[in-house]
Design a protein around this ligand. Sequence first.
Ligand code: ATP
Ligand code: MG
Length: 429
Amino acid sequence: MAEYAKPRGTADILPDEAAEWRYVEEQAREVFELYHFREIRTPIFEHTEVFERGVGDTTDIVQKEMYTFKDRGDRAITLRPEGTAGVVRAFVEQKLYGGPLPVKWFYYGPMFRYEKPQAGRFRQFHQYGVEVIGADDPRVDAEVIELAYRFLRRVGVQSLRLEVNSVGCAVCRARHKEALLAHLKPALPELCADCQSRYEKNPLRIQDCKIDHDHPLVRTSPTITEYLCADCSAHFEEVKSYLDELAVPYIVNPTMVRGLDYYTRTAFEFMEDSIGAMSTVLAGGRYNRLVADFGGPDLPGIGFAGGIERLLLARAANQAQFVQVDRVDVYVIAMGAAALRPSVRLIQALREQGVRVDLDYLSHGMKSQMKTADRLHAKLALIIGEDEVAQGVVGVRDLAAKTQEAVAVHDVVQLVLQILSESTQGVNR
Ligand code: ATP
Ligand code: MG
């Protein structure tokens, strides 16, 4: 191991990879703005209670996965494990419920969970997500799901499976819970320790357990869908019919309950099955109690979050290659002491015109610098040696055509612009 190694579960995103990150981030922003979502940025750390309240204290996140520490003022602080709690906290704290509703927001940034690192699972990972607060209309559910679908396909993830479900409201949940407790009671001694405590606190989540989901009684548990109240059931039917209207393919999975406690009604997940066990690329749902839980008015919300790391795995599985070449438009080759000052002035003048340009700082020889110009796919090399300085010219070399001419210093920038605008390489503006 290197003397200084990055913490387990983190990654260095090197420049070649960062280009692909930036590409998907830009695509996300573009698509979200197309649907009139606006960006919100909340702190990367919050008071621990925000997540205890917002994510739910029976969840794996709160029980096992949070990065929590005391700051120097002895406050309990947590690095955000997800985005929704902070967004809703901000919505309530800033009293934005007094303004136009619904708000349609997106966020993007690093999240932190103390998990067992593996493919597609990190301790620092990155999520993009959207939230709509203040509308319960099933068209909103469909819009948010269709938005996710469009975004994933736009960035090259074609082989998707969308599962939807409704987890109902407090009324449906109470009736379902009763049935579930009765059904699971005989299995209780055989369930894992986590499920035994879930039985008391949140039995719905036993169906979601990675250890016990194959237990015969867990497999045959009554599903929430069978217990939906008339309103929740009608809402779910409408959501599905709008998805049909928008031609978004989905399957109903009555056993899908999402990991977070705050969900009500619609829950959904997008899966890409070829990326291994961590196949969920994006997940979300409705959270009609969350705003009130934070002390705000009784306003409904819905959102989703997707992981960038898994999205990149899914892109690779879909052969959505992204090749970014390390390149410049122009490479300036300065030889000898007399060329130093004229060459820095020249690169400045070119950059002012939007030309992507670089030069050598390690006093490499001419041959080596020419090689670098080729490696960087430069259209032109501009050569300034002692002779050129003495004559007030610059050698302008077309690297593909292998032609070279001496051009008066004050004409060089214009000529470069002209050559670049005529070539396919163009000028980076
Ligand atoms: P999982 O079942 O994979 O643990 P989750 O239910 O904890 O997922 P959410 O909290 O809903 O996931 O997060 C939404 C998305 O964020 C996931 O679908 C996934 O793409 C991504 N994600 C969640 N946790 C991680 C992680 N530790 N590393 C990388 N991506 C993650
Ligand atoms: Mg998880």
